[in-house]
Design a protein around this ligand. Structure first.
Ligand code: ATP
Ligand code: K
Ligand code: MG
Length: 676
């Protein structure tokens, strides 16, 4: 994947697309696109009239008919080419992904022994050992150990990432390689359902379904086609009655010029290219619907730690309260963290080491570890001697101490607030009924956040930071980062509540997350972007996965979604106004053909009626490949409100759609007129 990702188009992709343009002529496939299917039927009729003129037409117009046939054929081929080209990159990616899906041998743990089995025999729940240099045989979760893993096969990123048991960095992907140490992995997917399998199906477009927006637009285009078909069919007897002879190829030309072939030919390419743009950004969208929804997002929910801040929240200071000393706080902080595998917990022990502080490890032997939970916002240990040690959010610890009948030192709040006011996270340390002091966890806001949130505001998107942290820290970080709103001390279910509240106001909501805690909210959001580094639960609940695990990428995903919607809107506007313009070239020409006195209608001063028809038809065909780059790259997007954007685009593409064909048809006519 890494090799093909950077190149937009290769000669191989173009060659394959040309071949596929012919394969796609198969009527069974064409039927999915009613506008182009009508063109294909027209092409076939004109072909019959050219091949068997004695039966279907007249000998004299054979040259004209042949020309019409060729232009129509190319119209269909161009539309097929647009779609094939858009699919091409995904197919190339799928090929290189399939190569990384080689059969490998896994070290499966069964009871006390380890057996070598082919990776294809692994099932959900199996336990495998993976050592340095070995390929991870399937998707899973690290249940023991820590290793650095080269994930370039799926992410294209060569720097190894750390995977470890417990916490939010435990998921591993089959086909990636352990570069150091050894891990024990519990397999989480059955054969054929792995992440790489899903990724192949996605980029290949095998599962591509039309989005609700696409279906609606398709219905509109089909209706327009049907209306014009009725108009043209009723035109024939009318003309006959008036003694105007209109041949079938002329009527078919008229029909093809009037129906929305431009957007009909480019519609699916626009959708595929939008998904591809997201993939190129290293984000896997599980559906086109997810990409589209991101273009209409009204509210974005972000968490603080790790999204807005760097998230490697490190203990940087021990602060005693009441009559306690720095050493006492430090010691209890360390004991509460002995088995705390979170980055925060480990950073406490690191700070001890750095400051040369000692603690009695033996005290904890045989104790019962109390794991950190977002619900309790505390972690700690129940010692064998009956003492309970806790650290956690100040208000949580305060409540806990009070419930033990203890007292809270009067300076706890002020000292905690001082840490929070500068954006730090204070953790209170307590044993039974006594609070000893605080741990100052430091974190920093990522650079450039303010500018990015400003951009979002210009797009009309409201940002809400949801954090488990206290209101003061939250307010400081929110101000520093420039988010619109924040919710502090939020538990996982609060995130769902916020999402539901915004959705009830009719807004589409996006959120990022990586933890198992985030999974329900990721599922509830219209756009849920999970981090690839995150847990399996989060990735399964989300409808997008960021392979680079950069939560702030949600901002770019929104821009890509908007670009997709805008491109579709712009090209639809362009296509329909285009067809109106063609009307002016082709209708006068048709009537002049029968009644030469009607030459006055020839406002465009085209060479002859026949050259006018052919020129309009040629323009109608070549506008499709000319617009392929725009369909694939998307129209330029500058952050501004949706209504302003809509006005601007209607103007540019609506007026452009009328002017361009006049100029184009006139120029083509200058050439065509010479030939006939
Ligand atoms: N290992 C830990 N032990 C004890 N308390 C902790 C630990 N980690 C975090 N806390 C406390 O629990 C609170 C909630 O943590 P949680 O991870 O739910 O949210 P957060 O990381 O602060 O915010 P965000 O939702 O933005 O990531 C933290 O603000 C902190 O006070
Ligand atoms: K058309
Ligand atoms: Mg967190």
């Amino acid at each position: 994947m890494a090799t093909t990702r950077n190149k937009l188009l290769t000669a191989a992709i173009v060659r394959r697309a040309i071949w596929d343009s012919f394969v796609k002529l198969n009527p069974v496939q064409m039927m999915k696109n009613p506008v182009m299917f009508v063109v294909e039927i027209g092409t076939f009729i004109v072909l019959l009239m050219t091949l068997i003129p004695g039966y279907f037409g007249t000998e004299e117009s054979i040259g004209f008919n042949l020309t019409v046939f060729l232009i129509l054929l190319f119209t269909v081929l161009f539309a097929n080419f647009a779609e094939a080209l858009a699919e091409g990159r995904g197919k190339a990616q799928a090929d290189s992904l399939k190569q990384s899906k080689k059969q490998i041998t896994a070290n499966k743990v069964s009871g006390v022994s380890v057996k070598q089995v082919p990776s294809t025999e692994l099932r959900k729940g199996d336990i495998v050992l993976v050592s340095q240099g070995e390929m991870i045989p399937g998707d899973g979760e690290v249940i023991e150990g820590l290793a650095s893993v080269d994930e370039s096969a799926i992410t294209g990123e060569s720097a190894p990432v750390i995977k470890e048991a417990g916490g939010d960095f435990s998921s591993v992907t089959g086909g990636t390689r352990v570069v150091s140490d050894r891990i024990t992995v519990r397999i989480t997917s059955d054969p054929g359902e792995s992440f790489i399998d899903r990724m192949i199906a996605l980029v290949e477009g095998a599962q591509r379904q039309k989005t609700p927006n696409e279906i609606a637009l398709n219905t509109l285009l089909t209706t327009l086609t049907l209306i014009f078909l009725i108009v043209v069919v009723t035109l024939a007897p009318l003309a006959n009655y008036l003694n105007i002879e209109l041949t079938v190829p002329v009527l078919i030309s008229l029909l093809v010029c009037l129906i929305p072939t431009t957007i009909g030919g480019l519609l699916s390419a626009i959708g595929i290219a939008g998904m591809d743009r997201v993939t190129r950004f290293n984000v896997l969208a599980m559906s086109g619907k997810a990409v589209e929804a991101s273009g209409d997002i009204g509210t974005m929910i972000l968490d603080k730690t790790g999204t807005i801040t760097f998230g490697n929240r490190m203990a940087s200071e021990f602060v005693p309260v009441g009559a306690s000393s720095m050493n006492t706080v430090a010691e209890w902080a360390a004991i509460s963290s002995i088995k705390d595998e979170t980055p925060e917990g480990r950073s406490v022990l690191e700070l001890m080491k750095k400051n040369g502080l000692a603690y009695d490890m033996a005290l904890a032997t045989g104790g019962e570890f109390i794991e950190f939970k977002a619900e309790t916002r505390m972690s700690g240990i129940d010692l064998p001697n009956g003492r309970k040690v806790r650290k956690g959010a100040v208000d949580a610890v305060k409540k806990w101490v009070e419930s033990q009948g203890g007292d809270v030192p009067s300076d706890l709040e002020a000292k905690g607030n001082a840490i929070a006011r500068v954006g730090g996270t204070p953790l209170a340390v307590a044993v039974d009924g006594q609070v000893y002091g605080l741990i100052y966890l430091k974190d920093t806001v990522k650079p450039g956040m303010k500018e990015r949130f400003e951009q979002l505001r210009q797009m009309g998107i409201k940002t809400i930071m949801c954090t488990g942290d206290n209101p003061l820290t939250a307010a400081t970080i929110a101000r520093e980062a420039g988010v619109d709103d924040f919710i502090a001390e939020s538990k996982p279910e609060d995130k769902i509540a916020v999402i539901r509240r915004e959705q009830a106001e009719g807004k589409l909501v996006a959120m990022t997350g990586d933890g198992t805690n985030d999974a329900p909210a990721l599922a509830q959001a219209d756009v849920g972007l999970a981090m690839n580094s995150g847990t399996v639960a989060a990735k399964e609940a989300a409808n997008m996965v960021d392979l680079d695990s950069d939560p702030s990428k949600l901002i770019e995903v929104v821009a890509i979604g908007k670009q997709l919607l805008m491109t579709r809107g712009a090209l639809t506007t362009f296509s329909i106004s285009n067809d109106v313009a063609k009307y002016f070239a082709i209708i006068p020409a048709m009537f002049t053909l029968a009644i030469p006195q009607m030459e006055a209608l020839n406002v465009m001063k085209l060479g002859s009626p026949l050259s006018a028809i052919l020129s309009a038809l040629i323009f109608n065909a070549i506008i499709i490949p000319l617009l392929i780059p725009l369909a694939m790259k998307g129209v330029k997007y500058k952050p501004m409100s949706s209504s302003k954007l809509l006005q601007r685009n209607i103007f540019v593409y609506g007026v452009g759609g009328i002017v361009v064909p006049f100029v184009g048809i006139k120029l083509i006519d200058l050439v065509v007129h010479v030939w006939i």
